[in-house]
Design a protein around this ligand. Structure first.
Ligand code: OAD
Length: 251
């Protein structure tokens, strides 16, 4: 592999670091069969985010929005974590003070065994009331077109994902910023770096002296902060990093 020198640099840094932080985006779930947003065949090439991923869109056509998220949930029913997810879960157990910030709402990191996960854009498997924000804990029938009603106020239920124009979960963004600030190595995988505030985290890490690693087959906005760019699918290269790490520490 021509990038073996880069992998060695990453492994050495992982061994030396007291704090390891990771940021993931949709590309990490590509090998699980979940479409990204901004690739040529991505969701935003076909669907309008203003219609489907905003409070305004939900108010204009709640049934359409509900149906679209149920369609995405049906795709997720078939999806399984891929070797990239499993590699990150293993890295958490092998390294010190590991944190994983994800923009993904699919829950695949947790399914793979990751524990210290900050979900910046919420979760598609959870729901809450559009009116009173009360969590909705009953099971959803994703084939039912009717939108469930809140058990407290009767309002319509919506998926617990962050829509455009909405605030990020306060604790997740605060902890993610602290993780970026304190990290000695910051691994970014599968994100275009187009959506803030998540896209600002690699620059926080870089400015505070972390080695920033970008894993993405394409060059993106993250490039200007990355000390190392590995142009591979994450499901391919993350397992290589973990196996080289284990070799280096004699596991
Ligand atoms: P994007 O769709 O914007 O970017 C996905 C990135 O993954 C691209 O840079 C691809 O080059 C890269 N990629 C594709 N396949 C890959 C693979 N197998 N391995 C590694 N990288 C790969 O997705 P995000 O950056 O996650 O927000 O998008 C950020 C946010 O924009 C999403 O969380 C979503 C969206 O609007 C909300 O819905 C709030």
């Amino acid at each position: 592999m021509k990038d073996i020198k880069d992998i060695e640099i990453i492994v050495e840094k992982l061994i030396d670091s007291e704090r390891v932080a990771v940021l993931t985006g949709a590309g990490v779930s590509a090998e699980s069969g979940i479409k990204t947003f901004r690739d040529p065949d991505g969701l935003w090439a076909k669907f309008n985010p203003a219609e489907l991923a905003s409070a305004q869109g939900f108010l204009s056509n709640p049934e359409l929005v509900w149906e679209w998220y149920n369609h995405r949930r049906s795709v997720l029913e078939e999806a399984k974590p891929n070797p990239g997810h499993y590699a990150l879960a293993e890295l958490e157990k092998l390294t010190n003070n590991f944190t994983l910030t994800t923009q993904n709402v699919d829950g695949l990191h947790q399914q793979a065994g990751s524990e210290n996960v900050y979900e910046l854009h919420g979760s598609i498997v959870k729901n809450h009331c559009f009116e009173c924000c009360e969590p909705y804990l009953s099971e959803i029938d994703i084939r039912d077109k009717e939108i469930p009603k809140c058990e407290s106020c009767g309002g319509r239920i919506r998926p617990s994902v962050v829509w455009f124009g909405e605030m990020l979960p306060e604790e997740a963004i605060k902890k993610s910023e602290i993780a970026a600030l304190n990290s000695e190595i910051y691994i970014v995988a599968g994100t275009s770096g187009e959506v803030y505030p998540a896209a600002g985290l690699p620059s926080i890490a870089s400015n505070s002296g972390a080695l920033v690693v970008d894993i993405n087959p394409n060059l993106t906005a993250i490039g200007k902060y990355a000390d190392v760019h590995l142009a591979y699918p994450s499901a391919e290269i993350l397992p290589v990093i973990v196996s080289e790490y284990k070799k280096a520490v004699g596991i």
